[in-house]
Design a protein around this ligand. Structure first.
Ligand code: NA7
Length: 540
């Protein structure tokens, strides 16, 4: 490698994170190359095009706050935006800030190799090209590595075989067809009501019943939107300070210190309001099993009231995990859909899935003939996208080895032994338990500040110390231990992927407190990070 890398930074991914990273770093004068495996911008919203795909955060804060003009100009049509509109928004951002010219599309990164003498990365893409860069910013997202399950015979299916996370770009018509959906996570729960309205028959293969909350989506209200636009500064500030990067008041009362009637009324009003705000009912829903049980009882009652057949209602009611600690899907009409005559629930916990044949799914007690099979089995989350690459840090050590016991990082921003590799919303950051665009902006801004500092000080390389990383992992794990999250198997723990070590991948200390910690680390001269300086000044 020559002394001066081709680029100051390679940014991998063109979703919310990659677009803002490229905008921010090019704005500072850095030479930046964006690499994106898709043919256009959008990230998770580029790939997940299944019917009903939608954001479970409300549009007005699930959006960028970095540009006042952008947030004033853009109008959302729904309370919770659907995939085409979010993809349109990201396309608009790319046009407005002229970002596409910095990207190579259809360029899937395969390998990242750190060159120690040059203190730079060599980045290899699937088309055989390589580039060099001082820094690599992984903006590949937490939910982007598709999980195809290892179900016997799956590939022998002769009908249409579709995955929610890699959906065709052309419309898929289910009219008159016998459709099967494997999975009942957030993706399936959004898709099932839509497909049921179209298909001749829909069979839902459920391994684990989920607690599903109503979204109560509706058209945007012009009055509310004007209020939002007039108060965006305050809304974004609230997001920045809150545990979930959302603009709502945190609860103040325990579920156990109010009367039964008061508790019921609180749950009912939040149920009627819709969405994840249900969890803002009480302070201890994630820490006390007794408190959580009151919320479970409330939702179980809603399921009983909605699903006409008692046996079916029972099968749709979770019995194996507290509410909220496995990502709760949000939708309208999910439970109602099971009252339709053309919908069947196949409980594959009771009668396990045996195999897929050319034209059917066979379980221990039945055979379901299908024209279309939709696999809604989610992602190898949080670490999966980076682990799919051959990442080699100092001494040729692989990231696979570094993460052999589970996700590990310092502040979710980087790993010891992998200098100049930043992870936006990386493992053990608040990431997926915070509103993503806000979390993304905080990370990108921190990284930009760090690179500016390095440039000014003539520093070539930065990486966390091993001690800082070890302490962060212990701190993150300790917090998890005080919650109910360990009482569920979930992609947060990596247990949806056979063989993946069981370790919680998200920092639960709250987004606001976490951001303050990142800021304090920077103020203290990037405490916990190690800098290396040398003849190769970070160019700009
Ligand atoms: P999820 O939430 O991981 O859900 C996957 C679903 O697929 C879930 O119901 C799984 O059941 C089921 N699954 C996974 N593997 C299998 C096999 N082998 N056989 C049968 N069923 C299986 O993915 P989503 O795409 O719905 O959502 C991911 C996130 O995207 C979501 O949480 C939001 O943050 C956005 P299990 O529960 O493991 O028994």
């Amino acid at each position: 490698m020559s002394d001066v890398p081709t680029y100051d930074a390679v940014v991998i991914g063109a979703g919310f994170a990659g677009l803002y990273a490229v905008h921010r770093l090019t704005g500072m004068g850095f030479r930046v190359l964006g690499l994106e495996r898709g043919q256009d911008v959008g990230g998770v919203w580029y790939w997940n095009r299944y019917p009903g795909a939608r954001c479970d955060c409300e549009s007005y804060y699930y959006s960028y706050g970095f540009s006042e003009d952008l947030q004033q100009d853009w109008d959302w049509s729904l309370r919770y935006s659907e995939q085409p509109e979010i993809l349109g928004y990201l396309g608009h951002v790319a046009d407005r800030f002229d970002l596409r010219r910095h990207f190579r599309f259809g360029a899937a990164v395969e390998a990242l190799t750190f060159d120690e003498p040059a203190r730079a990365w060599t980045v290899r893409t699937g088309d055989g090209q390589t580039v060099t860069a001082r820094f690599v910013v992984s903006a590949m997202g937490c939910l982007s590595a598709v999980n195809w399950p290892d179900i016997p015979g799956l590939r022998s299916f002769r009908g249409r075989l579709l995955h929610t996370a890699d959906w065709p770009h052309e419309p898929v018509d289910f009219t008159g067809r016998r459709v099967g959906v494997i999975g009942t996570g957030a993706s399936a729960v959004q898709a099932i009501p839509r497909i049921a309205r179209e298909a001749a028959h829909l069979t839902v293969f459920q391994r684990t019943a989920n607690w599903v909350l109503p979204a109560r989506n509706h058209a945007s209200d012009p009055g509310f939107d004007s209020w939002v636009k007039a108060n965006y500064g305050e809304i974004r500030a609230r997001c920045a300070a809150s545990p979930g990067a959302v603009p709502f008041e945190a609860p103040t009362l325990s579920a156990l210190e109010v009367s039964d009637a008061e508790r019921e009324a609180t749950y009912q009003s939040l149920w009627d309001l819709g969405g994840m705000r249900f969890f803002s009912a009480f302070t201890d829903l994630f820490s006390s099993l007794e408190a959580n049980a009151t919320a479970q009882a409330f939702v179980a009652e809603q399921i009983r009231k909605t699903v006409r057949e008692p046996e079916l209602a029972r099968a749709l009611t979770p019995t194996d995990h507290p509410i909220g600690v496995k990502r709760p899907p949000v939708d309208d009409d999910y439970y109602e859909t099971f009252n339709r005559p053309n919908v069947t629930l196949a409980d594959i916990r009771r009668a396990p899935l045996v195999e897929v044949t050319e034209g059917a799914v066979r379980t221990a007690d039945a055979e379901y003939e299908l024209d279309d099979l939709i696999v809604a089995t989610g992602f190898d989350a949080i670490t999966g996208a980076l682990l799919a690459l051959d990442v080699r840090g100092r001494g040729g050590v692989s990231l696979k080895r570094h993460w052999q016991n589970g996700p590990s990082s310092y502040l979710g921003l980087g790993m010891a032994g992998f200098p100049n590799l930043f992870t936006i919303t990386g493992p053990l950051s608040p990431a997926v338990l915070a509103n993503m665009p806000t979390a993304v902006e905080q990370h990108v801004d921190w990284i930009a500040g760090c690179l500016d500092h390095m440039h000014r000080e003539g520093i070539d390389a930065i990486e966390p110390t091993e001690a800082a990383e070890t302490d962060w992992v212990s701190h993150a794990n300790e917090i998890v231990g005080h919650t109910l999250y360990p009482q569920a198997e979930s992609w947060y723990f990596g247990t949806n992927i056979p063989g993946k070590p069981r370790r919680f991948g998200v920092y639960l200390g709250g987004f606001g407190a976490y951001s303050e910690r990142c800021e304090a680390v920077a103020q203290a001269g990037y405490e916990g990070f190690r800098f290396t300086s040398g003849p190769n000044r970070a160019p700009r």
